[in-house]
Design a protein around this ligand. Sequence first.
Ligand SMILES: Cc1cc2nc3c(=O)[nH]c(=O)nc-3n(C[C@H](O)[C@H](O)[C@H](O)COP(=O)(O)OP(=O)(O)OC[C@H]3O[C@@H](n4cnc5c(N)ncnc54)[C@H](O)[C@@H]3O)c2cc1C
Ligand SMILES: *[C@@H]1O[C@H](CO)[C@@H](O)[C@H](O)[C@H]1NC(C)=O
Ligand SMILES: *[C@@H]1O[C@H](CO)[C@@H](O)[C@H](O)[C@H]1NC(C)=O
Ligand SMILES: *[C@@H]1O[C@H](CO)[C@@H](O)[C@H](O)[C@H]1NC(C)=O
Ligand SMILES: *[C@@H]1O[C@H](CO)[C@@H](O)[C@H](O)[C@H]1NC(C)=O
Ligand SMILES: *[C@@H]1O[C@H](CO)[C@@H](O)[C@H](O)[C@H]1NC(C)=O
Ligand SMILES: *[C@@H]1O[C@H](CO)[C@@H](O)[C@H](O)[C@H]1NC(C)=O
Ligand SMILES: *[C@@H]1O[C@H](CO)[C@@H](O)[C@H](O)[C@H]1NC(C)=O
Ligand SMILES: *[C@@H]1O[C@H](CO)[C@@H](O)[C@H](O)[C@H]1NC(C)=O
Length: 517
Amino acid sequence: MEEKALMSAHFTVPSMLLLLLSLGLCSVSLAAATDSVHDTFLQCFSKNSPANISSVIYGANNPTYTTVLQSRIKNRRFNATTTPKPIIIVTPLNESDVQAAVVCAKNMSMQLKIRSGGHDYEGLSYVSGVPFIVIDMINLRSINVDIPTETATVQVFARRLALAAIITGGGYGIMLRKYGLTVDNVIDAQIVDVNGRILDRKGMGEDLFWAIRGGGGASFGVILSYKIKLVRVPEAVTVFRVERTLEENATNIVHQWQYAANKIDNDLFIRLLLQPSTGKVKGTKTVKATFISLFLGNADRLMSVISAGFPELGLKKEDCKEMSWAKAVLFWANFDNTTSVEMLLNRTSDTVKFLKRKSDYIQNPISKDGLEWIWKKMLEVGKVGFVFNQYGGKMNEIAETATPFPHRAGNIFKIQYSVSWEEEGSEAEKNYMTQIRRLYSYMTPFVAKNPRCAFLNYRDLDIGINHHGNNSYDEGKVYGAMYFKANFERLVKVKTAVDPDNFFRNEQSIPTLPSSI
Ligand SMILES: Cc1cc2nc3c(=O)[nH]c(=O)nc-3n(C[C@H](O)[C@H](O)[C@H](O)COP(=O)(O)OP(=O)(O)OC[C@H]3O[C@@H](n4cnc5c(N)ncnc54)[C@H](O)[C@@H]3O)c2cc1C
Ligand SMILES: *[C@@H]1O[C@H](CO)[C@@H](O)[C@H](O)[C@H]1NC(C)=O
Ligand SMILES: *[C@@H]1O[C@H](CO)[C@@H](O)[C@H](O)[C@H]1NC(C)=O
Ligand SMILES: *[C@@H]1O[C@H](CO)[C@@H](O)[C@H](O)[C@H]1NC(C)=O
Ligand SMILES: *[C@@H]1O[C@H](CO)[C@@H](O)[C@H](O)[C@H]1NC(C)=O
Ligand SMILES: *[C@@H]1O[C@H](CO)[C@@H](O)[C@H](O)[C@H]1NC(C)=O
Ligand SMILES: *[C@@H]1O[C@H](CO)[C@@H](O)[C@H](O)[C@H]1NC(C)=O
Ligand SMILES: *[C@@H]1O[C@H](CO)[C@@H](O)[C@H](O)[C@H]1NC(C)=O
Ligand SMILES: *[C@@H]1O[C@H](CO)[C@@H](O)[C@H](O)[C@H]1NC(C)=O
């Protein structure tokens, strides 16, 4: 079944849906050396795959190379002439091509980068500091929905939302308070391992299957597909989006929102955006808090849930809109209400900006004084905004070690720091990068400590880099502890068992155990 089939499955069986629909994702080496890498790879690939090379392999001299490369660059920071480019891009048409690419890159000891949607915030799927090859999963995009078993098998590039890379990082959707993360609903997977073998859950064993549900796929192999347990959603859901400025009691409401995470109905998820904004009085600044919600029920029940658990919001019935789940996904993706649901299949309209993101976890509610101090710093810094994602509910019930994603009970929300800009040039980049790092530093007293935590899917190279190639466990431990807490040690053990020579590596991959241990 093709992409479209999943959509029609939504409509013929309206109560059944995929868990995660909310995404809405050098080296100028000597020419001669590059040519020889290209030729050797081509020869090896032809021997290992029956594919028509001209529709699968793009060398830098191929006229289509630039189009293929740029088509999934989602952050303009990595679209510069100085950005390191791959020697070759491989776009497999099927599993055999993936196997051939792995076998050949391994044979040549070439760094291999794997790209699905290209949304990695640091461009790790298509940029590297050493000569490299990109394997681009664009053509592997089927979804098979099996209604009787309520499961779906999604290939890595499914629905242009690149589900698999999101899943390997522990992907969350707007129903996480009810159903947990996507990784909590994965029941099988297929991976091409370092020896070019295709392994399913049974073949790879429970340790590797555990690792690729949140540990980041790129350290372990090329993920071909995940099998996901579908969840039921009601035929109609309710959404709202309400804004409150500081003058409209935002501090008080944000303060109370923190307490709602652990007590409010699991059918409700409220995301909070906080942005510097201009005040009503000319020349003044304020902070605008936007509460965006999905409720798995009707507006009447939502009103009673809010009045019992979060009355400070001052929600009115007319703020609530009942709609189908598919329409709610569009609402969340910021489309206007006349957009057809077919737009869900069309992400080409996203405008690409320069981006930087960072993350933190909050384990103790921030006091009103604390919030007021943070607003002051936010306005002082400039343009950086926050996205607060409420946790609690099902997230509290899943053990920290059940998957590599460790941010479970005890976390009341996750912060994404966000800054996007459109001005070109290194001065602008320096300015915005400094802004976001300053705000992150101001937040230190309020966030999780020992370790300070981070979300793998919000990739942030500021928190540490493993100088690829040298297998450094000590370097890996720095970001590893922040992304995975104690699960890092188990990930290292799995990595050492399945890829002892560290072929699948990147700037923040899981290192192997130091040989001295
Ligand atoms: C607009 C936007 C919205 C987002 N919303 C959410 C959200 O709601 N929930 C959430 O959890 N995250 C969200 N994210 C973060 C997103 O999950 C991560 O950026 C994720 O890495 C994107 O996957 P991708 O395939 O697009 O990335 P890529 O850049 O293609 O890959 C990311 C990483 O995964 C590796 N990888 C890619 N494909 C494979 C594969 N087949 N096998 C092994 N490794 C692979 C890459 O090498 C790289 O290290 C969002 C990001 C953006 C830009
Ligand atoms: C992959 O495609 C090639 C043709 O390009 C075909 O010969 C081969 O059988 C296919 N392999 C699989 C596993 O479908
Ligand atoms: C390979 O594909 C190219 C272009 O896609 C086409 O021109 C060529 O005839 C194909 N070769 C074979 C052997 O099918
Ligand atoms: C990347 O830059 C090229 C010009 O070099 C431009 O045509 C293209 O639209 C840019 N793509 C993105 C995603 O910024
Ligand atoms: C690469 O492949 C060639 C030809 O099959 C083989 O002789 C060589 O040993 C391989 N090298 C490695 C490092 O696997
Ligand atoms: C702000 O919140 C306080 C405490 O809940 C309340 O007493 C006050 O009326 C609210 N003010 C506005 C303008 O809503
Ligand atoms: C769409 O939104 C507009 C403005 O918010 C509103 O007037 C209109 O009734 C909405 N239409 C539908 C079909 O919900
Ligand atoms: C997808 O979006 C683009 C840009 O907005 C538009 O030109 C194109 O027609 C859309 N395609 C579909 C199938 O809606
Ligand atoms: C790895 O590289 C870093 C930076 O170049 C260096 O500090 C570190 O000592 C290296 N580690 C090993 C084990 O070589």
